[in-house]
Design a protein around this ligand. Sequence first.
Ligand SMILES: [Fe+2]
Length: 425
Amino acid sequence: MKTSQLFQTALEPDALHMFFHDVRQTSERLAEPLSDADATVQSMPDASPAKWHLAHTTWFFEAMVLKPFVSAYKTFDEDFHFLFNSYYETLGARQPRPRRGMITRPALSHILDYRKHVDDALDALLRTTAGRRITELVELGCHHEQQHQELLLTDILHLFAQNPLHPAYRDPGPVTVETADRLPLFFTTFDEAIVEIGHGPVGFAFDSEGPRHRVLVEPFRLADRLVTNAEWADFVNDGGYKKSLLWLSEGWAKVQAEGWSQPLYWEERDGQKWTMTLRGFQPLDPTAPVTHISYFEADAFATWSGKRLPTEFEWETAARGIVIQGNFLDTHCLRPKPASPHVGGLQQMFGDVWEWTRSAFLPYPRFRTVEGAVGEYNGKFMSGQFVLRGGSCITPPGHMRASYRNFFPGHARWQFSGLRLAEDA
Ligand SMILES: [Fe+2]
């Protein structure tokens, strides 16, 4: 099957060229507040150094576009192929993921030189009449880099949270805590329907968002907003982390093994709840959406509430037709914001926090992986992970779609992940 049927392309040459420049500049702007040390340390095996993200996204263009398609291209450094390949078995051996933090050399400045070398080569290529196969791969490379922009920030947050000084990535001043009263929770009812799920024919999409297909969705109700920190504190205070009956077996094992008693970055100071953010250590905002929780915690909370998590099909059904706007990276807020008083419809569907669904990340009917290395992009991860929907406060604007499927293992907590409740109707 051809790439164009799975990684759909949307952009004309000029628009692609501009998109490429915008994405590449955004990554470097995101890294500007970081020292070489900040960009080199790896805080845990799941997180990667910022320097690695900057280099790996560059390697992607080099390995997928320049080396296969531009015969005159001069490789910047042959060793980088080993250092910055992520998981592409068909492209050869690589630095083990948990040891990416050992790459103290090359320095950050040298990685920026690498970026410029590849940018110049891509610039020249995009000024020619590059074939469709090439433009598709460049566009995929841009969306891939946007995914790494979000990872760069979540990995920096995790790193800075390990530092007893709680440094801020940006804007360290105190953040205003909303003092609004708790908002009531309303549910919108959706009738039984056979719905079209997956990306349509227009615009870019990752392969895992298709093929579009029909799904029978039973009647359900979906909460009008995300679960808040105050509601999560009720769960904690009611012994939610101590009641095994609320938990899936694998989740309860994690609670025991890891000593989970609250979301990842919550801390108690002088009898008050604080949390680590990209803007440093801040008092917890009770009206803001809870974030940095695992699938297992989200599921236990939903059970405690007498509700459940939505399926990804229910979520996508509800999201269709809603304008894709919200608290994304371009608000510069860098944290999820409270919902507005009830406005009569679903809110916070896009941005703020990724919403755990109860759906396993599986191939849609008739899904086929693309031939070659790029086929390793998503397909081989379709086991043992759950789907999250909607994007977060650090997702780049323009990167989100109603059909977008993010995925993480059930125990992952370091992403901006939260939840919205659902129930059967
Ligand atoms: Fe990657």
